[in-house]
Every structure is written in structure tokens, then in C-alpha cells.
Design a protein around this ligand. Sequence first.
Ligand code: NAP
Length: 319
Amino acid sequence: MTITQSQSAPLVLVVGATGQQGGSVVKALSDSKKPYRVRGFTRDNTKPAAKALEKQGVEVISLNLVVEKKDEIYKAFAGADYAFLVTNFWEHVNGEKEIAEGKLMIDAAKAAGVKGIVWSGLESHKKASGGKYTQVPHFEGKAVITEYGRACGVPFVEVQAGLYYSNYLIQVVKDAADGSYSYRNVVAPDVPLPLIDMENDFGAYVVVQAIEAPVFPDGKSIYAATEELSWSEVARQVSEGMYGKQVSFTHESFDEEVDAFVSRGIPRPFAVSITEGYLSFAEFGYFGKNPSGKREGFTHPKRSFAEWVKTADWSKAFA
Ligand SMILES: NC(=O)c1ccc[n+]([C@@H]2O[C@H](COP(=O)([O-])OP(=O)(O)OC[C@H]3O[C@@H](n4cnc5c(N)ncnc54)[C@H](OP(=O)(O)O)[C@@H]3O)[C@@H](O)[C@H]2O)c1
């Protein structure tokens, strides 16, 4: 089924439609047997990704979703039946800003009278670790927004995304001395982490397991993961799929990992946050105590990480 303009079809708002999460949600809506009208958000409707959405029949709205634009956001959300909401912490690395914008979008969706909100949240690692890891702001702010959403009075589902397959494209490190390639991380080589095929599976969790569930699963958290793989297994599968490019895995200490992030241009406080996050994922679980969600109800086959490796563009990673 393609995206329709028919007024009888439910209207789904997709924030971040030009991005990885929102793009996956648009794909799942478009792949569904059910008809949907889709209103996708971007800040720039002239960019190629926005034009491609328009071609698919998405109503593309150019709007900066910030608190200063409250009135425009309320107007742009009007008439919707469902809303998929996501924030992008890494654009501004400001937890308070992320929380304010997340809450504003929830308020606007509520004012629009939606039947359900699907929000891209993440676990509080402060809570999951019992207070041991407190500096993971890219997760903490989202957990605050989840609490706000649960109390907003509108049916509310949180979908947590595992680590994207595509993360592994940007984490390959080339050794300056001998030209060898490696992944380096503070997580021990054999600890499984949940990975998500963002393109194919994330949107299906949102659409199939929330929007199209027989009853909108108010209050539920969905843990979106395609498979669980350890760093050593990731390195092995990338090496096998790359026909000749060998990638090893080096288990780093906390300080080594922080220094490595800093040397790649990441400010030290965020290098600490990312590293603390990884330590907490290993010790307390990426989704906390919650198991990865099953790919139930999906009509498309699973694309394993190994299969994805063979189709992804590694040219920059191995430049
Ligand atoms: N990488 C991972 O493994 C992982 C795992 C779980 C969760 N996450 C979370 O995923 C989030 C990012 O989502 P993503 O991967 O889909 O990002 P992405 O691919 O970089 O796309 C970001 C999207 O958000 C839109 N956007 C950003 N700021 C906006 C604003 N002020 N107003 C309107 N639209 C705005 C962008 O639109 P335009 O640029 O077109 O305007 C774009 O569509 C982050 O918060 C991160 O913490 C990441």
C-alpha cells in the first residue's frame, strides 16, 4: 500500500521524517497493508530527503521544532490521529533543551487530540545502574520525557531503539602506524548488545506493534532490536563480509576510551558520557533489565547484521 491522500485514512505525524528513525517509520507506514496519510517534519523542505518524501505522497512540513515556535507547532500538529516523536540530542547536546522540546511535542500532540503518541525514548541509566552511572544525558533526558508522556493523559507508547547497525560504519579506527583497522570499546569483547536494523525494523516496531496493535498498547515500552551481538562478533562479521578488510576488537580502559573520543574531536564531557553509557550497558543492560523485543507481526524477513554488512557502504570507514 502506498501513502494516500484520502481523508478517511488516519493521519500520522512523523517527526524526524528525513532522518533515520523517522525515515524508518515512514517506510513502515508506506509498506503497511493499511492506508495512511503521513505528515513528515523537517527544517528544510528543499533538501533531497524531503523532496523524496514528497514524491512518496508525504505532506512535508518545514518547521524548526523548538520552544520558540510553540504556536506554529500546535498548528502543524492539528488534525493528526497518531504522532511519532523523536528528539535529536546530538545536534545540540543540551539535555534541558531536549526535555523542553520533547514535552512541547507531547503537549502539541495532546492538543491535536491524537489517539496515540509513539515516542522514541531510552532507559534511564542512573536508575538502571542504581545510581552508579549518572553521566549519560543522551539517555536521561529521554527517560524524563517518557515519564511526562506517560502522565499526559493520552495513550502513550515508548519505543527504545537499540544501537543502529550503521553506528559500526563510523566506529572503525585506523591505526596511524601500521594502517590496521579496529573497533575499540570499554565493553568486554563477549558482552552482547542489542542492535537494530534501523532502516527495516525500527519503523515496524512503531507501526506494527504500536499503531496497528489491536488495542493501542498505552503504557507499554517496546525494546526495538533486530539481534544481539558482542563486539568480537561484530568485528568478525565485518571482517568476513568485507572480503579482505580485517577489523579487530580492542578492549579499552575507561581512560583510554575517553581519550580516544577526545582525540576524534568529541568534547571531554561527552566522551565521558558515551563511555559511562557503554559501561552501564555492559553491566546493567542497554535496555536495563528488559529483554529485547521480539520481531512479532513483521511481514518482512529479518536482515541480519552479517547480511547488512555486505550491502552497506564501507568506503569512508576503510578510506
Ligand atoms: N545511534 C544510535 O545507536 C541511537 C540509538 C538509540 C537512540 N538514538 C537517538 O536517536 C536520536 C536521533 O535520531 P535519528 O538517528 O533518527 O537522527 P538523524 O538521522 O540525525 O535525523 C534527525 C532528524 O531530526 C530532525 N530534526 C532535528 N532537529 C530538529 C528540529 N529542531 N526541528 C525539526 N526537526 C529536527 C532532522 O530534520 P532535518 O535535518 O531534515 O531538519 C532529521 O529528520 C538521538 O536523540 C539519539 O540519542 C540513537
